[in-house]
Design a protein. Structure first.
Ligand code: RRO
Length: 300
């Protein structure tokens, strides 16, 4: 039974994954059907895809920080055709709704991606990633309200599926970007993507990451994410999917108290691939003990 509706899509609960932080195809190979019996998320968000295949950034791609990490992965993916031909058939049988994340280097590219994914019944929603810190376009489109509105306006007519806009925390005013997205027809916003950061090689003093800079995630950014989720939720009517360093049900509840309809788990899944199950259970216990039930009878 659906406990929640997000943009009209029934979900059994409010815990999603952050795009690119859980490889469901690899997990299926490792855990077999057990993964489907105990799938850790209530909807699955794919790794972001682009029109053309990409190799991603040169290594090293990760750096561990106190209470977090910096990634500079650089969007490696098979491209639209490769995704539709080989990844989508493997993701379609997942026991939860599928959200496909797309990123274009121009508005027309974004529109092409949205139109191609719109044709596929297996896909419940689309997420527009206009906020990757590791490619230049992400920052340009998603950091500016006017650019964001133009992007959403361009793709809106290409799909009737719900459009979720993934917001960057590297913006002067993320709530203004969210309001612009809402005004242009976005059905929901998700935030935060990673905060731009850097690490130096202690021996050389040069940038450690092959991409020079990267995106900071994990508990280190949770307080920043919480404030931005609260600011966005008080500015827009559309649902907000909150994320940024959530590692427990208590922390997930904080994001929901700040106005999020659903939450996403990212960095914590690298430490514990079953984190989504644990956090959902902790959140449900907390809701019952508080006498509120954010995972039941909630319609957005
Ligand atoms: O692939 C990446 O480097 C990446 C992406 Br697309 C994103 O949206 N956020 C991030 O931290 N890394």
């Amino acid at each position: 039974m659906a406990a929640l509706e997000l943009c009209g899509v029934p979900l059994r609960g409010p815990v999603l994954n952050g795009s690119g932080t859980f490889d469901a195809i690899a997990a299926r190979r490792a855990f077999g059907d057990a993964l489907f019996e105990r799938f850790p998320f209530d909807a699955f968000v794919s790794k972001t895809i682009t029109l053309e295949p990409r190799q991603g950034n040169p290594p090293p791609r990760l750096w561990e920080t106190p209470a977090g990490m910096i990634n500079s992965i650089g969007l490696p993916n098979k491209g639209l055709e490769g995704f539709l031909a080989s990844d989508l058939p493997e993701l379609a049988p997942l026991p939860v709704p599928l959200v496909v994340s797309v990123m274009g280097f121009s508005r027309d590219e974004l529109a092409q991606l949205v139109a191609a994914v719109d044709d596929r019944d297996e896909v419940a929603m689309l997420e527009l990633n206009v906020s990757c810190p590791n490619v230049e376009t992400g920052l340009v489109m998603g950091a500016d309200p006017a650019e964001t509105a133009l992007a959403v306006e361009r793709v809106r007519s290409e799909t009737a599926k719900p459009l979720v806009l993934k917001l960057t925390p590297n913006a002067t005013d993320p709530a203004a970007v969210a309001a612009a997205a809402e005004g242009a027809g976005a059905d929901a916003v998700s935030l935060v993507n990673t905060l731009k950061g850097m690490a130096l090689d202690p021996e050389t003093g040069d940038p450690w990451l092959g991409g020079r800079t990267g995106g900071v995630s994990g508990p280190a950014i949770r307080a920043i994410a919480l404030e931005q989720v609260a600011a966005v939720a008080s500015r827009v009517e559309i649902p907000v999917i909150g994320m940024g360093g959530i590692a427990s049900g208590r922390q997930a509840a904080d994001f929901m108290d700040a106005g999020a309809t659903a939450v996403a788990i990212g960095t914590e899944s690298f430490r514990d691939p079953a984190a989504g199950c644990r956090i959902a259970a902790e959140l449900a216990d907390l809701s019952l003990s508080r006498g509120t039930r954010p995972t039941s009878s909630t319609t957005v």
